[in-house]
Design a binder for this molecule. Structure first.
Ligand code: MOS
Length: 747
């Protein structure tokens, strides 16, 4: 159906949920008031590996207000089979089961849950619980496990393994005139969303629960709860209306959900469990990775060979996987490619997806190495990227549905002023500050997942659309409202959008940057279905002005249905519904990948990131003074929320480049900086000028809406661009992220 003029889609639109958020009316999982609520506090292990031989609970029990203490000795009933614990996005392995046995698999592992009538009492009592352990040897140090790395025996669903080698990478490398072989390291990171994980589990009677959970997928959480506790699907509802950031940490159900539900079922009371900031460091992290990367080129800089071998950390109980090296086989044209990806088991919790999982780290290594190669060839870092442009996905031999990367390079370079760059390192300075300019390419998937939605049009012209999508701060509430409002030519206020409830039409977790394309297209399809039904009734009316009209020539707008060649004619929605004796029309819609098309085509978002740094020559202090991120992400539904996503991604990329690092004392197997004072994420003072450019990209194949999604592309390439700028400024190449002052001063 043609939308002649877009009222909302494509326009910078403020968040429809903004007023609720800034006035504090938006409730988060741990904020729902419930009468008679009990509070749970999780106690964590103080060793990284071993067994509990005794638990000392007496002191805790004596604290007034304590109602129950759960340990592995009295945990509530839960499923036996691994597969009952496997959530939608679980990697292969044995999912973690809280309080399942005396065995300790990682530091901070929950060993007890104290439930009390106040949070303070629970936490106070929790602080008095201790355990005696039989300590086993542990290892949290990836270096020490590199030699034991293995190819994961079972692949994680949705994650492509590295492609088969093509050409003769070793031979081409040996014969090429210009080459580099480097080791890169990207240290483990933690998501650190603003909102702590929390669950308010409302006990509504035997086996009946309403659960407010911080999650990226209400239905994934609901499925986990019903399966782990053997509850009836219709009796368990999960609500996640608002999510204060998650970045992937909320894709899988986290400990608080299990504990909230378990305690609630055992005590037949409503229970709230929240994690502390420190506990948030024990629930999964961006894996620690080693990269051995070799690139070779001819004298002009054309790539002759790419080899990228990665070892990534995982836990002892699951084979966590992401696509880290695959990008190295498809970002540039190269006939000789060999990629490998192996895992090493550490005594940590299982890693977990973090914004642009895989790409954020794999592309960092590739793009820094390519930068190194450009200096060796003696070609501009932007030119070497253009020279090696890949016009298809060489891993799969598929066509891109679109790839406006060259426009990103051109528009980004123009906005940044790249042509004024002095080629030699250390050639640009301002007083005691060395100035450096660096560039990186970025790439991320443009997925379309199966999603469903429902739309209901009332006789008064008001519309309600719904889908069990989540809004993790990305703007889902807003874009779905825009799409629905446009479908019926309504002001935003006449549309009410419902998301964040497990009872709504089926939706995947909010992840992979797929929500705009998937849920957006489902909402569009539901609205189209309502329009078709409305048209059918309109046609059937006596003396209908639409009697011989065709759907494609009919529009619904401003409460009327009319022929596009007769906008003044037609019928009101109220007239049509009245004649059909209806008060509303409700239809469902769905979206999903086109499997036939996927045999030939593949979709990605692309970007070019330009960075300027200023480095204090004596002190090694780095400031990122300018970033230009030019992204090609198909149709932009809402330039305002879209820009926010890129800004957030770029800020996280700066964090990856300069700040973020989990510091583990390997002697103890403990993360030492589990707080926001010592785990540095960029603060406002760290962030200067960021310019976001969306280049024009029409893509009719990627999704029905032409949307690609952009929650993650902003981080990809940013750390490399910053690192490359630091090299240009200083002539020093730090290959171990984050690039902290100590490394820069001694490098
Ligand atoms: Mo994203 S790491 O798929 O939430």
């Amino acid at each position: 159906m043609p939308i002649t003029e877009s009222l909302h889609v494509g326009r910078p639109t403020s968040r429809v949920d903004g007023p609720l958020k800034v006035t504090g009316k938006a409730k988060y999982a741990a904020e729902y008031p419930v009468s008679g609520l009990l509070h749970g506090y999780i106690v964590g292990s103080t060793i990284a590996a071993g067994r509990i031989t005794a638990l000392h609970l007496d002191q805790a029990r004596s604290i007034p207000g304590v109602v129950a203490i759960f340990t592995h000795e009295n945990r509530g009933k839960a499923a036996w089979l691994d597969r009952s614990w496997q959530d939608e996005v679980a990697p292969p392995g044995h999912p973690f089961r809280p309080l399942n046995s005396d065995r300790i698999l990682f530091d901070g592992q929950p060993i007890a849950l104290v439930v009390a009538d106040s949070y303070e009492a629970a936490r106070d009592a929790g602080s008095l619980i201790s355990a005696t352990y039989e300590v086993s040897e542990h290892c949290t140090e990836l270096e020490r496990k590199r030699l034991e790395a293995y190819v994961p025996p079972k692949k994680r669903s949705g994650i492509p393994p590295p492609p088969d080698p093509r050409g003769h990478a070793e031979k081409a490398f040996a014969e090429a005139p210009i080459k580099i072989s480097r080791d890169y390291r990207v240290n483990a990171e933690h998501h650190n969303p603003m909102e702590m994980f929390g669950t308010t589990c409302v006990f509504e009677g035997a086996g009946k629960l309403t659960i407010y959970d911080k999650t990226q997928g209400s239905q994934n959480a609901q499925g986990y709860v019903t399966s782990v506790f053997g509850l009836k699907s219709k009796n368990v509802q999960v609500i996640n209306h608002f999510v204060g950031g998650a970045f992937g940490s909320g894709l899988r159900p986290q400990h608080q959900l299990f504990f909230g539900v378990m305690a609630s079922l055992e005590l037949k009371r409503s229970v709230r469990v929240t994690l502390t900031r420190a506990q948030m460091f024990h629930i999964g992290y961006r894996p620690d990775t080693f990269h051995a990367i070799s690139l070779a080129a001819d004298k002009q800089g054309r790539l002759q060979s790419i080899m990228h071998d990665v070892v990534a950390s995982t836990s002892h109980y699951e084979d966590y996987q992401e696509a880290v090296v695959n990008w190295s086989g498809m970002m540039y044209h190269c006939d000789n490619v060999r990629l490998s990806y192996r895992l090493a088991k550490l005594d940590t919790a299982t890693p977990c997806d973090m914004r642009a999982p895989g790409a954020a780290i794999g592309v960092t290594a590739l793009e820094c190495a390519l930068d190194e190669l450009s200096y060796k060839v003696g070609v501009d870092p932007l030119e070497i990227r253009r020279l090696n442009f890949a016009s298809k996905d060489e891993n799969t031999d598929k066509q891109f549905t679109s790839k406006a990367l060259d426009a990103c390079y051109r528009q980004g370079a123009a906005a940044f002023g790249w042509e004024k760059r002095e080629a030699a390192p250390r050639s640009m300075r301002d007083g005691h500050e060395l100035i450096g300019w660096g560039i990186s390419t970025g790439m991320w998937d443009a997925f379309l997942q199966k999603a469903e939605a429902s739309a209901r049009l009332s006789a008064d012209g008001k519309l309600e659309v719904s889908s069990a999508a989540s809004d993790i701060g990305t703007g889902t509430w807003t874009i779905l409202t825009q799409i629905a409002a446009d479908a019926f030519g309504l002001p935003l206020d006449d549309v009410s959008t419902r998301i964040g409830e497990s009872t709504l039409p089926t939706s995947p977790v909010e992840g992979g940057s797929w929500t705009a394309a998937s849920n957006g297209s489902a909402v569009q399809a539901a609205c189209d279905a309502v329009k078709k039904t409305l048209f059918r009734y309109a046609k059937k009316m006596a003396n209908s002005p639409l009697a011989d009209a065709k759907m494609e020539n009919v529009e619904v707008s401003g409460g009327r249905i009319f022929r596009t060649d007769d906008p003044g004619g037609g019928l009101t929605i109220a007239e049509v519904m009245d004649a059909a004796d209806l008060s509303e029309i409700e239809e469902k819609g769905k979206a999903g990948p086109d499997l036939l098309q996927m045999m030939t085509y593949i979709s990605y978002t692309h970007s070019a990131v330009f960075a300027e740094v200023r480095v204090d020559e004596e002190l090694g202090v780095v400031r990122v003074t300018r970033i230009v991120c030019a992204a090609a992400a198909g149709r932009i539904l809402n330039p305002k929320t879209a820009r926010s996503q890129i800004l957030g991604g770029v800020v996280m990329g700066i964090g990856m480049a300069l700040h973020e690092e989990a510091m583990t004392d390997h002697r103890l197997g403990k993360i030492m900086n589990h707080n926001l004072a010592e785990y540095h994420i960029p603060a406002h003072a760290d962030i200067e000028d960021i310019e976001v450019i969306f280049v024009d990209e029409r893509d009719e194949r990627v999704s029905p809406l032409g949307v690609k999604g952009l929650g993650e592309i902003g981080i990809v390439g940013t750390a490399a661009a910053v690192s490359n700028a630091i090299f240009h400024a200083t002539g020093k190449r730090v290959r171990d992220f984050p690039i902290t002052i100590d490394k820069l001063v001694v490098a």
